[in-house]
Write a protein that binds this ligand. Structure first.
Ligand SMILES: C[S@@+](CC[C@H](N)C(=O)[O-])C[C@H]1O[C@@H](n2cnc3c(N)ncnc32)[C@H](O)[C@@H]1O
Length: 276
């Protein structure tokens, strides 16, 4: 089995051993990877941002957790070519759904044909936007505050939103139907893999959106191992996100609203379970 230099770089970060990384991938990650995910990983490997993709063995853990909690309503922040999105779509039931948010639709479209071929596109509501304003809209509970507004929104949502969010045409009206609901405490699961500087902001909003007993998983919480290194030893381009991740890690470690487990998988996965 061939391992690329890219994989070596990605996984060495935490395990500090290419041999151990190869062992995990060879014995678990790759043999148990569903065919569409393997195909998506291969397509992504040709893209310059390939290192951003979720590691197959982290994907296995996320997929298992999704099944254990029988997740049906989920949020994904940071889609890229869609590895974690597709793995979520494959792990949840036929009638389940994902709100997937990313300001870059072009990279989502790289993986889209594979998502379509896998027969799971109907579960995905892709929203081309920064995540924070979408979460804020989901939390506004517009139907209770402004019942007439929702009718208006259905009537002309395209004109209203164009330029603010751009929806996946297929599922745009189903997102509007979300605005009619009280979304607080209604989601089972959220995965955050974007925009490290806003992790604490996402945490606060997602804690309202996810139900008690639901999970929020944050990726990259060990930031290539730099969280445990002195700042002087860290390259300039990683410093700002490192600071945000350290602040996030410190904050969630004492947050009484959640139980947490920091799994040293991939680049570090912090699994938060809402308990109040
Ligand atoms: C690390 S990649 C996500 C990888 C993806 N989870 C996977 O498994 O392939 C980060 C993505 O976050 C997106 N992004 C950056 N800023 C964002 C924001 N403010 N809100 C949502 N997505 C954002 C980027 O466009 C990029 O596609």
């Amino acid at each position: 089995m061939e391992f690329t230099r890219a994989e070596s770089f990605l996984h060495d970060g935490l395990l500090q051993s290419f041999e151990l990384t190869k062992y995990i991938l060879k014995t678990n990650g790759y043999p148990r990877e569903p065919t569409p995910l393997k195909e998506l990983r291969e397509v992504t490997a040709r893209h310059p941002g390939k290192l951003m993709s979720t590691a197959p063995h982290s994907g296995q853990l996320i997929g298992m957790l999704l099944k254990l909690i029988n997740a049906k309503k989920t949020i994904e922040i940071g889609v890229y070519t869609g590895y974690s999105l597709l793995l979520t779509a494959l792990s949840i039931p036929y009638d389940a759904m994902i709100i997937a948010i990313d300001p870059n639709k072009e990279t989502y479209e790289i993986g889209l044909p594979i998502i379509q071929k896998a027969g799971v596109e109907h579960k995905i509501n892709f929203i081309e936007s920064q995540a924070l304003p979408v979460l804020d809209i989901l939390l506004q509970n517009l139907s209770t505050k402004y019942p007439g507004f929702i009718f208006y929104l259905h009537f002309c949502f395209f004109f209203f939103f164009y330029g603010f969010f751009k929806f996946n045409q297929l599922n745009s009206s189903s997102f509007v139907s979300f605005l009619q609901k009280d979304n607080e405490g209604s989601f089972d699961f959220a995965f955050v893999d974007a925009d490290k500087e806003n992790y604490l902001n996402y945490h606060e909003r997602l804690l309202k959106l996810v139900k008690v007993g639901g999970l929020i998983i944050f990726d990259n919480t060990l930031w290539g191992g730099t969280v445990a290194q002195p700042e002087e030893a860290v390259s300039e381009d990683r410093k700002e996100s490192r600071r945000s991740i350290i602040e996030f890690n410190n904050s969630v470690s004492i947050d009484q609203r959640i139980e947490i487990a920091l799994a040293p998988s991939g680049d570090g996965l912090t699994i938060c379970r809402r308990i109040r």
